[in-house]
Every structure is written in structure tokens, then in C-alpha cells.
Design a protein around this ligand. Structure first.
Ligand SMILES: Nc1ncnc2c1ncn2[C@@H]1O[C@H](COP(=O)(O)OP(=O)(O)OP(=O)(O)O)[C@@H](O)[C@H]1O
Ligand SMILES: O=P(O)(O)OC[C@H]1O[C@H](OP(=O)(O)OP(=O)(O)O)[C@H](O)[C@@H]1O
Length: 283
């Protein structure tokens, strides 16, 4: 069985390739080789422009891959959304020049510019706005005020909108990178098995990134107090120290809790605290 996996080139590539590496899938070849080799003989990998991935998956040209939720929605691609990786979060927003009045703009016939033809048009139709659509091929924010009255584009930090003196009047969608599949691939038991395993590993890597492992020692009379202070995934692992009266306590905790947790653990009797990274959390 060969599973055809499609990966976006461009800005989404770095985070996806890091996820694959942490999942034990190592791509081989340089960045301009759009058919990279891989250490997993079951995977056949191809790189495509992000926007082309959802429709090609829906056509059955590939079995699974990564794509932005924005381009899945824009192209109404019938793919199975298996996992929200949370990478590259953006908002798809409608914007107008910052000193324009939205009520006045929406009351007249406007020129609307976007890379997202479908999302932009259906938004304006629902709003009852009279518009002519012009398709942008990048640098969308530069069109207003001379060449457009309104743009629909993605925004991350908001810098590009600000630099081009635009203000947001509405949010159409929020989008992140997804792991998706052709529904037909999920009907094939061998492919389904492989895809489900990939989802499990990706999920466990993402969960691992959120956690660290804390290990510490404590005296017997402080054990209950220490365990109560530890927010473990289930309950902490407690083992007796060899030829000593104390205990070793171990728990995987959320990274963003550690800063506040360490002084509390010390107060609750913890000594010799070790913090180590967690690579995967497999349920
Ligand atoms: N500034 C951004 N920050 C985070 N994600 C973004 C940003 N811009 C675009 N994306 C996301 O990346 C995906 C691909 O978009 P886009 O075509 O703009 O990227 P790209 O192919 O890497 O572009 P480029 O060729 O300009 O580097 C989309 O799903 C989009 O939501
Ligand atoms: O909110 P920000 O952090 O400023 O990011 C948003 C900008 O980033 C992307 O542009 P990109 O660099 O891909 O150029 P493009 O517009 O030519 O595609 C996107 O199309 C926005 O223009």
C-alpha cells in the first residue's frame, strides 16, 4: 500500500515539516524538489501550492494532506477534516480605507477585490451589497482607495492592513492549517488504518509540545500535600526511593502552568525537581 501525501510549499511548509519530523517522518531532498523522498516507504509525497491541495484531494488525486481551512472553504472542497493543527492562524476579513464610513460604503455600488472570490462574493451578496468583483493575485491590501472600495484578505498580525491604512469591518472566517483526507481513501481499510495512525501520532506530538515532565522527590510526611498540588494528566506516578524514606513523584503538566507551579511544589515539600521535554503523549 502506498499513501499519497500532499504538503503545501510556501509559508505553511516549515511548521508541517517540523511536525512530520517530530512524528518520525523525515523528508529527504532539497526545498526545490517538489517530490521529496521520505524514510517511510508507505508514503509517496508531493508538494503543491496550498490553494491547489483541497480540490485535488477532493478529486481523489491524493489520499491525504495539509491545507488551510480558508482554501478548503473557498473552494468548497469535499475533504474530510481530520485534525486542526492550529498552525498559521489567520482571520479572513473585509476591510475598507480607515477613514471611510462603512454604512456609506455598503449603500453604494462598490469594487471588491480579493483572492477569495467565493468567500468575498457570498459575503457581499448576503449583506445585500451591490458590487463588482476583481480577483487579486497577492498584495490585495494595496488596491484601495483608488482601485477598490473593499478588500477581503487574510490577516495575521494586522501589520499589512495597518500599513495600508485599512480598517476591518467584518470577519468572515478564522482559519488554521488542517490535516485532511480524500473521503475515498478512508473507505480503503489499509489507507484508513495508516491515516488514522498518522492522526494519532500528530495529535500526540501536538499534545507533547504543550507539556513537560516534572519529576521530584519528597519526604513521606509531605507526600499527600505534594500530590494535591500537582495537576497531572491522570494522577501522578509515585514510587518509593531506594533505601530511603522519601518518594519520587512524576507528572506531565502543561508548560504554561510550570512558572507558577514550581514555587508551589517547593512549598509543598518537593526537592530535586527535574523538568524534561515531552515528545509525544499517546493516549
Ligand atoms: N500572514 C500569514 N500568516 C499566517 N498564515 C498565513 C498568512 N498568510 C497566508 N497564510 C495562510 O497560508 C496559506 C497559504 O496562503 P498564501 O498563498 O498566502 O501562502 P503562500 O503560498 O505561502 O504565499 P507566498 O507564496 O506569498 O509565500 C493559507 O491557508 C493562508 O491562510
Ligand atoms: O496580518 P499580517 O501579519 O500583516 O499578514 C497578512 C498578510 O500576509 C499575507 O501576505 P503575503 O506575505 O503572503 O503576500 P501576498 O499578499 O502577496 O500573498 C496575506 O495575504 C496578508 O497580506
Amino acid at each position: 500500500m502506498k499513501l499519497k501525501l500532499v504538503i503545501p510549499k510556501g509559508r505553511q511548509f516549515k511548521k508541517i515539516s517540523e511536525l512530520l519530523t517530530d512524528s518520525g517522518i523525515h523528508l529527504q531532498g532539497n526545498e526545490r524538489n517538489y517530490r521529496p523522498g521520505c524514510n517511510d516507504p508507505q508514503l509517496e509525497i508531493k508538494m503543491l501550492k496550498s490553494q491547489n491541495i483541497p480540490p485535488l484531494l477532493a478529486l481523489g488525486q491524493h489520499d491525504c494532506g495539509f491545507a488551510g481551512a480558508d482554501w478548503i472553504a473557498e473552494q468548497r472542497s469535499e475533504v474530510e477534516d481530520l485534525l486542526d493543527l492550529g498552525f498559521d492562524p489567520v482571520r479572513i476579513v473585509a476591510s475598507i480605507p480607515e477613514d471611510w464610513d462603512w454604512d456609506q460604503v455598503r449603500a453604494r455600488k462598490i469594487i471588491a477585490v480579493s483572492e477569495y472570490r467565493q468567500l468575498c462574493s457570498s459575503y457581499l451578496e448576503k449583506q445585500g451589497i451591490d458590487f463588482t468583483f476583481v480577483r487579486a493575485f497577492g498584495a490585495t491590501e494595496v488596491f484601495p482607495p483608488e482601485d477598490a472600495d473593499l478588500v477581503v484578505d487574510n490577516t495575521s498580525t494586522g501589520t499589512t492592513l495597518k500599513e495600508n491604512r485599512l480598517k476591518i469591518v467584518d470577519t468572515l472566517l478564522t482559519s488554521t492549517t488542517r490535516f485532511v483526507a480524500d473521503p475515498r481513501a478512508l473507505d480503503d481499510p489499509a489507507k484508513r488504518d495508516k491515516i488514522e495512525h498518522m492522526v494519532l501520532v500528530f495529535r500526540s506530538v501536538l499534545e507533547g509540545r504543550r507539556r513537560v515532565l516534572l519529576e521530584m522527590n519528597c519526604e513521606e510526611d509531605r507526600l499527600e500535600e505534594l500530590v494535591a498540588a500537582l495537576p497531572a494528566m491522570k494522577s501522578p506516578t509515585v514510587s518509593k526511593l531506594y533505601r530511603q524514606s522519601g518518594f519520587a513523584v512524576k507528572a506531565a503538566v502543561l508548560k504554561d502552568q510550570v512558572r507558577d507551579l514550581l514555587p508551589k511544589l517547593r512549598k509543598a515539600g518537593a526537592t530535586d525537581i527535574l523538568e524534561t521535554p515531552v515528545r509525544k503523549v499517546i493516549p
